[in-house]
Design a protein around this ligand. Structure first.
Ligand SMILES: O=C(O)c1ccccc1N[C@@H]1O[C@H](COP(=O)(O)O)[C@@H](O)[C@H]1O
Length: 211
C-alpha cells in the first residue's frame, strides 16, 4: 500500500466525513465560498469539523477572503489547513501563514509550462502548492483535469499536490505520470454538483492507494 495523501473536498455531512476517513483520506475539505454548490456557512463548517477524526486533517477552503475575516473563520472552524483558491498573492499568503497558526496551501491554476513556472513564486510563502486547472466560471471544483505531462521532468522545490478532474478511473494514471504525493478531488466523487457519493469516495481512495 502506498503512503499517498488523499484529500476529499466539499464534504457536507458527518456520514461523508466518516466514509472518507474510513476509506483512508488524510484530509477532508470544507468549502466556504458562497458561489460553490459545496458551500458551508461557518457555523455548519465548525459543526462538521467536530466530526473529523484526529487522524484526518480538516482543510478550510476559501477564495480571496480578507485577512481579518479569515482569522475569525479559523478561530471558529479550527482547521489544520487553509486552502486559498483565489487570486491571493505570495505576499498575502505569507502574511496569512504568519497569523493563522495553521498550514496554508495555495491552489495554482496551470495549463502550460509557463503557468507552472509562474506558480513557483509561492515557494517559501506557503506550506504546499496545489496544482489545479485554471479558473473558469468558478475558481475550482470544475472537474477539469490538468495536462499531467507538464510535470514530466519538473523539479519541485516545495511540497505539492495534484487536483483537477481526478476520479477513481484516472487517479492511478495521474499518480503514475506525475508522481504526485497528494491527490485532491471534489466533483470526481459526486453524483451531481455538491452531492457526494460514498461509493465513489471509497473507489477513489482505493484507486489512489493502489497506484
Ligand atoms: O469545490 C468547489 O466548489 C470549489 C470552489 C471554489 C474553489 C475551489 C473548489 N474546489 C477545489 O477545486 C479543486 C478541483 O476540484 P475538482 O476535483 O476538479 O472538482 C479541488 O482542490 C477542490 O477542492
Amino acid at each position: 500500500m502506498s503512503g499517498i495523501a488523499i484529500k476529499i473536498c466539499g464534504l457536507k455531512t458527518p456520514e461523508q466525513v466518516r466514509a472518507a476517513a474510513d476509506a483512508g483520506a488524510s484530509h477532508v475539505g470544507l468549502v466556504h465560498f458562497a458561489r460553490s454548490p459545496r458551500h458551508l456557512s461557518l457555523e455548519d463548517a465548525a459543526r462538521l469539523r467536530q466530526a473529523v477524526p484526529d487522524a484526518v486533517k480538516p482543510v478550510l477552503l476559501v477564495v480571496d477572503m480578507p485577512q481579518d475575516e479569515l482569522r475569525r473563520a479559523c478561530e471558529a472552524v479550527r482547521p489544520d489547513v487553509v486552502q486559498l483558491h483565489g487570486k491571493e498573492t505570495p505576499e498575502t499568503c505569507a502574511a496569512l501563514r504568519d497569523v493563522l497558526g495553521c498550514e496554508v496551501w495555495k491552489a495554482c491554476g496551470v495549463k502550460d509550462r509557463a503557468m507552472l513556472d509562474d506558480a513557483q513564486r509561492y515557494v517559501g510563502a506557503v506550506d504546499m502548492l496545489l496544482y489545479d486547472a485554471p479558473a473558469g466560471k468558478l475558481p475550482g471544483g470544475q472537474g477539469l483535469a490538468i495536462d499531467w505531462s507538464l510535470f514530466s521532468g519538473f523539479k519541485h522545490k516545495a511540497p505539492w499536490g495534484l487536483a483537477g478532474g481526478l476520479t477513481a478511473q484516472n487517479v492511478g494514471e495521474a499518480i503514475r505520470q506525475t508522481g504526485a504525493p497528494l491527490v485532491d478531488t471534489s466533483s470526481g466523487v459526486e453524483s451531481a454538483p455538491g452531492l457526494k457519493d460514498i461509493e465513489k469516495i471509497r473507489a477513489f481512495c482505493r484507486a489512489a492507494r493502489d497506484a
